[in-house]
Design a binder for this molecule. Structure first.
Ligand code: BTN
Length: 236
């Protein structure tokens, strides 16, 4: 049983913003979750509508070793898949860390680093999981909830499930990076060999997925040769 400190808030602007504001007074590995968020944030400055029934949480990590921080978010995606599997839901990962079921979004995550004098003071990983919201039509892409998939769980139980898997592999990812979980990640990554596009701001790169590398980056075979992608949104 892990002993992380958990803070529950009925409502907050964003659990992510909360940890960003309070991190210096909080212990490493503090988790904050909220029933609703009034200004939930997604990747690339998108809004994350956070109605009652969903799971919205952020984890504060003050890692000594921060060079693998992007890989910790990939570990979180893997942990969400493993938690879903406990309820017979087969989820997979859309690189780098969206979790989907049959092409529908179940969960998204956002990782942010707070800098202090050019050093990373902490990393905050925020996770939004569709558990039992009444309406998902605002998501802007096909989405699904655990309740719709017949999973018998609730948000607190599912938070514990995710974090149990996360802490299990956290030391090895901190020590060795993505290679520590690459095999398990790839079992849930159905895009190898598929032709996809990756959008980053105004630029889009298309190609066939060659692999997810030992560093966790996406390697695409394109008309201009192999390209390594560090960040972006995969469009299938
Ligand atoms: C995405 O898919 O764009 C990422 C969504 C991340 C949403 C979570 S909900 C908890 C935490 N607080 C936020 O404001 N955002 C993250």
């Amino acid at each position: 049983m892990y002993m992380a400190k958990i803070i529950h808030l009925a409502q907050v602007d964003s659990t992510q913003t909360y940890l960003k504001t309070h991190f210096s007074q909080l212990e490493d590995q503090t988790i904050v979750y909220a029933d609703t968020q009034t200004a939930g944030r997604g990747r690339f400055n998108r809004q994350w509508i956070s109605q009652e029934g969903g799971l919205y949480f952020s984890v504060l990590l003050k890692p000594v070793q921060t060079r693998f921080s992007a890989n910790l978010t990939q570990l979180m995606a893997l942990s969400v898949c493993r938690a879903a599997e406990k309820y017979n839901v087969n989820a997979n990962i859309k690189w780098p860390n969206d979790v989907q079921v049959n092409g529908k979004k179940l969960c998204g995550m956002l990782s942010e680093a707070v800098m202090d004098k050019q050093k990373i003071a902490c990393v905050i990983i925020g996770v939004g999981v569709n558990i039992a919201q009444k309406d998902l039509s605002h998501v802007g892409q096909p989405a699904v909830s655990l309740t719709q998939l017949g999973a018998q769980t609730d948000k607190e139980t599912f938070l514990h499930d995710i974090m149990q898997f996360f802490w299990q592999d956290y030391p090895s990812v901190c020590a060795a990076g993505f290679t520590a979980v690459r095999g398990e990640y790839l079992k849930r990554f159905p895009f190898t060999g598929k032709t996809i596009s990756v959008r980053n701001g105004a630029s889009t790169l298309s190609g066939k997925v060659a692999e997810v590398s030992a560093k966790g980056t996406l390697v695409l075979s394109t008309a201009q040769g192999q390209k390594e992608v560090y960040i972006g949104d995969v469009i299938v």
